[in-house]
Design a protein around this ligand. Structure first.
Ligand SMILES: NC(=O)c1ccc[n+]([C@@H]2O[C@H](COP(=O)([O-])OP(=O)(O)OC[C@H]3O[C@@H](n4cnc5c(N)ncnc54)[C@H](O)[C@@H]3O)[C@@H](O)[C@H]2O)c1
Length: 419
């Protein structure tokens, strides 16, 4: 009989409690057993444990848990800048690790993780669930089959709406020291998708980024939405109590650590951009034009692969003020063809579960024994590192007004790449 993997959950915010708590135990309990919960905030951990319906002991520090429980696997769901320390100490205790994205936030932290993984011989998985969405898998299959010849360039534009986009400006994500900026925190998903789709590493990045809506650009400000004097006039007013799940997990526990879930999006000290573009050149010569916007009336993305034989195009709808079918349509348009033959429309129904079924498929890949991986969807520390490095390069390019070559940031990972 298969031995269950004994895992410890670190960080019981929304992501830890749902994806790696309730949902993991609901669907994969024959493969895993939760043996400990760690969160600095004991009250949030207690709330999370009740929501998950687990009986695992709660710790507020990592090391005593590692020593007492000796889990086989540690799942890291804390803020991004704390991942490295937890990953390294867990590997050193003999556990494998799954870390939420981004793997980490700085070059030194990437080095620490990769060095510890090599030294301990344990494994780090990075939670790149977007690779597993059925539409992404279909696009990868089309590209690998050479349906549009050799890819020469990619147009990739990601839109966050005034709800989800604003959410990154309410709390720790809004500070580069905690999230690496959205070029790292959010775009790690997008850069990873590009790296995986193209089967190549980014070489050089030129980026621009500005703050145009949130932070000091706002018309007025408070500290948090609850009791704010501007709640009636503010379009970004967020009523935490209207969501019983978030209210229970964050409001009362905030009394222990002052971590408010509804921080003002117009706080003066917000230091990350909300509007970003990047031009990226890949090792295989592909050019990418990328953008990320955070206060749109729509949510979703547009991606187009331009090849020597045609073009693959997708507009994925996640939220918009009009009805769309519960499916994606991939357009494959071929050069020098006419009429119906020129375009193939491939419908991919949305799968249930988070990230259009990506979350479930990723958990299957990681936890079900004997899974094959023909599309190389399972992502480890190298994938985590390269996508973070691309974001670090983009932020540094935008700040310095220069082109940044990734090999200069981390030659040991990317080697000598010449343009
Ligand atoms: N893959 C995805 O699609 C996806 C989606 C959402 C979030 N995430 C990632 O999941 C992680 C968590 O996100 P969240 O929204 O749940 O964050 P959160 O801020 O809501 O929760 C983080 C929790 O970690 C605890 N914590 C902080 N530092 C700690 C430490 N050193 N040791 C133990 N506990 C600590 C906090 O008290 C809090 O309860 C982030 O890295 C985020 O990028 C990934």
């Amino acid at each position: 009989m298969e031995k269950k993997r004994r895992f410890a959950l670190i960080g019981t915010g929304n992501r830890g409690t749902t994806m790696w708590g309730t949902d993991l135990l609901a669907g994969w309990a024959e493969h895993v057993e939760m043996v400990a919960i760690v969160d600095r905030n004991r009250l949030r951990a207690e709330r999370a444990r009740a929501m998950i319906g687990a009986e695992a002991p709660i710790y507020t520090e990592l090391d005593p848990m590692l020593q007492a429980v000796r889990p086989d696997l540690v799942i890291v769901c804390t803020p991004d800048d704390s991942h490295d320390d937890i990953v390294v100490r867990s590997l050193e205790s003999g556990a494998d690790v799954i870390t939420e994205k981004p793997m980490t936030t700085t070059v030194d932290k990437i080095r620490r993780i990769i060095e510890a993984e090599k030294r301990t011989g344990r494994r780090v998985d990075v939670s790149f669930n977007y690779r597993y969405a059925p539409t992404a898998a279909r696009i990868k299959t089309l590209l690998d089959a050479g349906e549009i010849g050799r890819v020469t360039s990619v147009d990739f534009h990601w839109y966050l709406d005034t709800s989800h986009g604003a959410d990154y400006f309410r709390r720790w994500h809004a500070y580069a020291k905690h999230s690496g900026s959205l070029f790292v925190h959010k775009a790690t998903h997008h850069f990873d998708l590009l790296n995986w789709y193209l089967g190549s590493d980014p070489q050089a990045v030129t980026a621009f980024a500005d703050l145009k809506m949130y932070g000091r650009k706002g018309p007025f400000r408070g500290s948090r939405c609850r009791h704010c004097a501007h709640m009636k006039e503010c379009d970004f007013y967020f009523d935490l109590e209207a969501d019983p799940f978030l209210g229970a997990l964050y409001e009362e526990p905030s009394k222990l650590d002052g971590y408010f879930r509804d921080g003002c999006v117009f706080r003066e000290d917000i230091d990350i951009p909300d509007t970003m573009v990047a031009a990226i050149r890949y090792g295989n010569g592909v050019h990418v034009s990328y953008s990320l916007n955070t206060f749109q009336p729509i949510e979703g993305h547009h991606i187009a692969f331009n090849g020597t034989g045609g073009r693959i195009e997708l507009r994925q709808y996640e939220s918009q003020p009009w009805e769309v079918p519960a499916q994606d349509t991939i357009l494959v348009v071929r050069n020098f063809q006419k009429g119906a033959q020129a375009v193939e429309r491939i419908a991919v129904p949305h799968a249930s579960g988070g990230h259009y079924g990506g979350d479930d498929r990723m958990r299957n890949m990681i936890f079900k024994p004997g899974m094959s991986d023909p599309l190389a969807q399972r992502a480890g520390s190298r994938a985590g590192a390269v996508s973070v490095l691309c974001g670090i390069a983009a932020l540094s390019s935008a700040r310095a007004g220069t082109t940044v070559r990734l090999a200069e940031l981390m030659p040991e990972l990317l080697g000598e790449q010449l343009l």
